[in-house]
Write a protein that binds this ligand. Structure first.
Ligand SMILES: CC(C)(COP(=O)(O)OP(=O)(O)OC[C@H]1O[C@@H](n2cnc3c(N)ncnc32)[C@H](O)[C@@H]1OP(=O)(O)O)[C@@H](O)C(=O)NCCC(=O)NCCS
Length: 287
């Protein structure tokens, strides 16, 4: 059997890491080299590159990559991206990368309760692979794209720029996706980055929503919107969010448990652009 070493990437390996990463498209997120480099640099600064990113190396050549992240507020370790170069598949390298990623995640936060992997819906081949490694599919996250046309005839919500003082209230809201789960640091990071809004019900002055708008270079003329809401106010919050969008298109990621919000998006003409199964495994089942 070919000897494979799994280790953190070296700083000079950014280009070769990206080359292997790119062979995983369309089963991983498509990123330009610039977009990838921003992620790499941010991870370098935050210290995630040596602790959470991994490469599988055969005879000094990178043949597989994994990008991992800890979602501290959920106590989940996420295997965010996983790719083995086509020529090197079915040799056990993907399995080693998952196992080493789990170890790295647990080392970073020994209190994790679950590991999580996202598998694109159009990638059924990867499902038996992760199931064999002890993961089980638990939900679906959908990316919905549509025209950013304001729909509210009359506004019940007041929309204001989010302030750091709002954070303690915002922590009680429900996020759109598992990775949007809020913790104090994440909210502070988002609010300092700008384009974040807090929504209050006008009649009661209660905080009912929080949205963040991102003008992503990967999606031209589109705004990616993440949101969280107080139960019962989801539809009003997404409608108010669309009013803040300055581009032609809006992109939302929504988990399947938010049925009323999904129903509303489909009725407004939004279409599923892609979807991802969320597979989880309890940490105590670590191999
Ligand atoms: C999914 C992916 C990462 C798997 O990587 P891999 O290196 O082929 O994974 P492994 O070799 O460990 O396992 C693949 C299969 O080979 C078999 N296998 C494992 N070790 C083996 C070995 N030494 N010799 C031969 N076959 C082996 C396994 O039984 C497994 O079968 P299964 O998928 O039905 O469970 C790879 O196919 C890939 O990069 N795909 C594109 C990107 C992608 O789908 N990413 C999302 C992953 S969730």
């Amino acid at each position: 059997m070919t000897e494979t070493i799994v280790r953190p990437p070296r700083l000079e390996e950014r280009g070769s890491f990206y080359q292997v990463y790119d062979t995983g498209v369309p089963n991983v997120d498509q990123l330009t080299f610039d977009g990838f480099s921003r992620w790499w640099n941010r991870s370098k600064v935050q210290g995630d590159l040596p602790t959470l990113w991994r490469v599988a190396v055969v005879k000094d050549k990178i043949v597989g990559v994994a990008i991992n992240a800890v979602l501290d507020s959920l106590r989940w370790g996420a295997i965010w991206e996983l790719v083995v170069d086509q020529e090197w598949r079915n040799k056990g390298i993907g399995t080693s990368l998952v196992q080493e990623s789990e170890r790295a995640l647990l080392k970073r936060n020994p209190n994790l309760t679950h590991f999580v992997v996202g598998v694109k819906m159009h990638n059924p081949r990867a499902i038996p692979f992760i199931e064999r490694l002890g993961y089980g599919i638990q939900s679906l996250v959908l990316r919905l794209d549509g025209d950013a046309i304001a729909t509210l005839p009359e506004r019940n919500l007041d929309v204001n720029i989010a302030r750091l003082d709002d954070i303690s209230t915002l922590l009680h809201l429900i996020p759109d996706t598992y990775w949007g789960h809020r913790d104090h640091n994440m909210l502070e990071f988002s609010i300092r980055g700008g384009n974040c809004y807090v929504m209050r019900e006008r009649s009661s002055n209660t905080v009912v929503g929080f949205v963040r708008l991102e003008y992503d270079q990967e999606h031209e003329d589109s705004t990616v919107i993440t949101f969280s809401y107080k139960p019962g106010y989801g539809v009003e919050v997404v409608d108010a969010a669309i009013e803040e969008v300055a581009t032609k298109k809006a992109i939302f990621w929504v988990q399947d448990r938010h049925e009323d919000i999904l129903d509303h998006f489909y009725a407004e003409g939004f279409k599923k652009a892609e979807a991802e199964f969320v597979a989880r495994k309890r940490v105590r089942n670590i191999l």
